[in-house]
Design a protein around this ligand. Structure first.
Ligand code: F6R
Length: 243
């Protein structure tokens, strides 16, 4: 796509079609959501569709990929806050249908929470669609280099590059949490469909590795090459290194 706005509209249309199709069948649409700059245009378009076209989210269940740890939901950098401000507060999704990893848990409760998170996804019938951004390390969710294919939802240590990229949000790298809770690669790979978005020239190198590179634990996004139903949606500027 020439620009992210056009690309985002295509993705929002696919999500809307999924939601409407499930509603027609009296079923729930189970969405895996991401934060960061990449999905912002998609959320903006979904909000527009809700307000102008009556798209309802009453039958939608969501699971976010990740949250910093530790993190209070009211903090400026919290992904709970991000999702409220950029999507949930503007649509009619029932609050109980929203799931985001909890950055407030004591350390000894995290593993149990993560196992329960995966159980909830399974009980909901599995993810129908997972949308993903890609980090410059090749992470999806916060599955940094070294994450195994069968990794489960868990507490992880953020890569130095990821913390550098988050520095401006936290007013300095020293303030970026060292840890995060992330949905595992295993759970992402079980999604019936994945859409990976990448905009901007600073993603071009990692996009090339993710799509054309050898499958490697060092670039977790390469795992998606083995996913049977993944769409990569790229802005031209992010696709310049592809052969
Ligand atoms: C966010 C997430 C991350 C981001 C990635 C790209 O929930 O899981 O993997 O998608 O770091 O971030 P942006 O979109 O800000 O370039």
């Amino acid at each position: 796509f020439a620009n992210a706005a056009q690309a985002s509209r295509l993705i929002a249309e696919e999500i809307a079609a999924l939601i409407r199709d499930k509603a027609d069948k009296k079923q729930k649409a189970v969405l895996g959501l991401a934060t960061g700059s990449s999905p912002l245009g998609v959320y903006k378009e979904l909000i527009r569709m809700h307000k102008e076209e009556g798209l309802s989210f009453q039958n939608v269940i969501t699971f976010n990929l990740d949250e910093y740890y530790p993190m209070q939901p009211t903090s400026l950098q919290s992904y709970v806050r991000f999702m409220k401000e950029n999507l949930f507060d503007e649509i009619d999704i029932p609050p109980d249908n929203v799931h985001i990893p909890d950055g407030t848990l004591p350390r000894d409760k995290v593993a149990e929470f993560c196992a329960e998170y995966e159980r909830l996804i399974t009980d909901a019938g599995g993810l129908d669609l997972q949308i993903l951004g890609i980090g410059r390390t090749g992470h999806i969710g916060f599955n940094e280099p070294g994450s195994p294919l069968d990794s489960s939802t868990r507490l992880v240590t953020l890569d130095y590059v990821t913390r550098t990229d988050a520095a401006s949000d936290f007013f300095g790298q020293e303030n970026v949490p060292r840890k995060a809770i992330t949905m595992g690669i295993g759970a992402i790979m079980k999604s019936k469909r994945c859409i990976l978005m990448a905009w901007g020239e600073n993603k071009a190198r990692i996009v090339q590795k993710a799509i054309e590179g050898e499958l490697s634990e060092q670039v977790p996004a390469t795992y998606l090459q083995q996913h049977p139903n993944t769409l990569y949606v790229l802005e031209e500027s992010a696709s310049t290194e592809l052969s």
